[in-house]
Ligand binder design. Structure first.
Ligand SMILES: Cc1ncc(COP(=O)(O)O)c(C=O)c1O
Length: 390
């Protein structure tokens, strides 16, 4: 990787120490320019002229191919969505629920990964139970196993947890769930773009992910993987144009697409979905294995530096199998909001984490484009803040 060249493509890195890819990944000059080019092309030649339309639709389908290859799944299993929560809701309203059915989530879900299930609790009396996050695989799987019972219908977990960046053992979770006839959906917000993901190998039923974090693909575009076995079984909830064919009122018959496309509805921001494909191409050009290795080297440096600073309490896992680019720590009793503000005063952008708990802290997201000097600045800043809040 030519880090200098990479960093020149992300102007934000000259303006601040940007360590919040887990919030929103920065967009590159190349992608921002290409989005602008596409809008100018549509502006100058007409967004609905046949040539422009087919060019943009063709490029959107290129993104679908790239996404499917990136996750190692058939193209027919990928639907475009607008947010992770949209994928969650496709499942929430696509399965049939009875009072007393149970859904297992983790103790560390993002609102998008729990609110759709709490809505089912309020509507149908479904029970939402929580498994505690642990960085010991057996402890975690045993706890999960203990929670599974004859009423359990779905397990919904972040593949990588948002607050502390625990990478959960996805394949083992699916094996355990399927032995018990339970379906699994993963929230891939913090995983896609950080390390290689093979959904066939993982064996999940559904996977909902977004372009705007580690993929560096921009806001408002996301994807949803539905295991081919579920395409027929999942009920349609929201629908509309492009989900299938309506016979224009002759009999009012609707024939839905036979692929994951049946879960897509309504018009789209085509340039932004094209940008998601460009982002995947960019990541492919760097190599997702190289990205994973570089992130792991950076987080190792950060964690070992933090370990030497008084009052730092590490919240992210030590077990390497669970580690990701997310490094969350507390500093004594300082609230995460205040710690983040102190860091921001030093032009370092992290994000408050675990803010509603008594172990509140800051989340530092180290991405491949971050460098060692930036991490030294973090360590100096934490040292300095630790001294001033003794
Ligand atoms: C774990 C997790 N899930 C979901 C999201 C976002 O979900 P949505 O795309 O619905 O806004 C985030 C971050 O914003 C997240 O960290």
């Amino acid at each position: 990787m030519n880090l200098d060249e990479i960093r020149r493509n992300f102007p934000v890195l000259s303006n601040s120490i940007y360590l919040n890819t887990g919030g929103t990944g920065p967009i590159s000059i190349n992608i921002a320019k290409e989005i602008q080019n596409i809008y100018e092309y549509a502006r100058d030649y007409g967004p609905d002229t046949p040539k422009v339309k087919s060019d943009l639709e063709g490029r959107m389908e290129d993104t679908r191919h790239l996404t499917a290859d990136f996750l190692n799944v058939p193209i027919s299993s990928i639907a475009f969505t607008r947010a992770i929560s949209e994928g969650m809701n496709i499942v929430a309203h696509g399965m049939n629920w009875n009072e007393g059915d149970e859904i297992i989530v983790s103790s560390e879900e993002h609102p998008s990964g729990i609110m759709p299930w709490l809505n089912l609790r309020d509507k149908f009396g479904v029970k939402v139970v929580k498994v505690k996050i642990s960085d010991d695989k057996n402890t975690f799987l045993n706890e999960l196993d203990d929670l599974i019972n004859k009423n359990t219908k779905l397990i919904s977990l972040s593949h990588v947890t948002t607050d502390t960046g625990h990478k959960l053992p996805a394949k083992e979770i699916c094996d355990l769930a399927h032995q018990n006839g339970v379906a699994v959906i993963f929230d891939g917000a913090q995983s896609v773009g950080q390390f290689p993901i093979d959904l066939i190998d993982i064996g999940c039923d559904f996977y909902s992910f977004t372009a705007h974090k580690w993929l560096l693909g921009g806001w408002g575009v996301a994807g949803f993987y539905v295991n081919p076995e579920w395409i027929d079984k999942l009920n349609i909830s929201w629908t509309g144009a492009y989900a299938g064919v309506w016979d224009r009122g002759l009999k009012d018959d609707v024939v839905y697409e036979t692929t994951a496309h049946k879960f897509e509805f309504g018009g789209r921001q085509k340039p932004l979905y094209i940008a998601m494909g460009l982002a995947i191409e960019y990541i492919n050009s760097l190599g997702i294995n190289n990205i994973e290795k570089r992130v792991s080297k950076l987080t190792e440096k950060l964690k070992s530096g933090l370990a030497d600073i008084p009052n730092v309490i590490m919240r992210s896992p030590n077990n390497l199998d669970f580690c990701t680019g997310i490094v969350t720590f507390s500093l004594g009793k300082l609230h995460g909001d205040q710690l983040s503000e102190e860091m921001l005063n030093r032009n370092i952008l992290g994000r408050p984490s675990l803010r509603h708990t008594n172990i509140s802290g800051i989340r530092i997201s180290t991405a491949f484009f971050n460098n060692e000097n930036e991490l030294d600045s973090v360590l100096n800043a934490v040292y300095d803040i630790s001294n001033s809040f003794k």
